[in-house]
Design a protein around this ligand. Structure first.
Ligand code: QAP
Ligand code: CO
Length: 168
């Protein structure tokens, strides 16, 4: 296992669109273990491969406080919006440390993905899990939580993070 370096906004590599995983082999298993370790170390509840500069469609999630339910989703896709009513949630991001922003997303969606055995799964998700999985899929498409904010707010966040993360 190994800790990986997390890219911090406005790193342009966070804008890369990730490619589907073709072969779910030992290297993908190892990568997802390292992503989980990195997420737990940062006290996160979700992490996309994009954030560690690996541009493959892999996300890891664990929304339990006890860190007991690690989930690995490979090639995740939102298939259907089950409940289009938007819910506001205060979202954080390991790539935007120290900032939380209220975003609106559909409250329930159907997600499909492959697990580490390569098996296809389809699940209806809602609540925090649905927010986190939608947030992480955005990363795989090069989108970041700050995108919907005003330019003024984005600029303020960019400046603060440039100051605190120089040389890191
Ligand atoms: C996405 O983000 C998420 O600023 C996952 O100083 C989180 O795990 C979606 C973190 C909440 C919806 C709600 C953020 C850790 C972790 C920080 C994270 C920080 C330390 C963020
Ligand atoms: Co994020």
């Amino acid at each position: 296992m190994a800790l990986l370096k997390i890219l911090i906004f406005p790193d342009p590599r966070l804008r890369t669109k990730a490619k589907p995983v073709q072969n779910i082999d030992g290297s993908i298993k190892e990568l997802s273990d390292d992503m989980l370790e990195t997420m737990y170390e940062g006290e996160g509840i979700g992490l996309a491969a994009t954030q560690i500069n690996v541009h493959k469609r892999i996300i890891v999630v664990d929304i339990t406080k006890e860190k007991t339910e690690p989930q690995v989703l490979i090639n995740p896709e939102i298939k259907k919006i089950i409940d289009p009513e938007k819910r506001a949630y205060s979202e954080g991001c390991l790539s935007v440390p120290g900032f939380y922003e209220e975003l609106q997303r559909p409250s329930s969606v159907e997600v499909s993905y492959q697990d580490l055995e390569g098996k296809m799964n389809t699940r209806v998700i809602s609540g925090l899990l649905s927010v986190v999985i939608q947030h992480e899929i955005d990363h795989l498409d090069g989108k970041i939580m700050v995108d919907s904010l005003s330019n003024l707010k984005k600029e303020m966040i960019r400046k603060k993070l440039m100051k605190t993360t120089v040389g890191k």
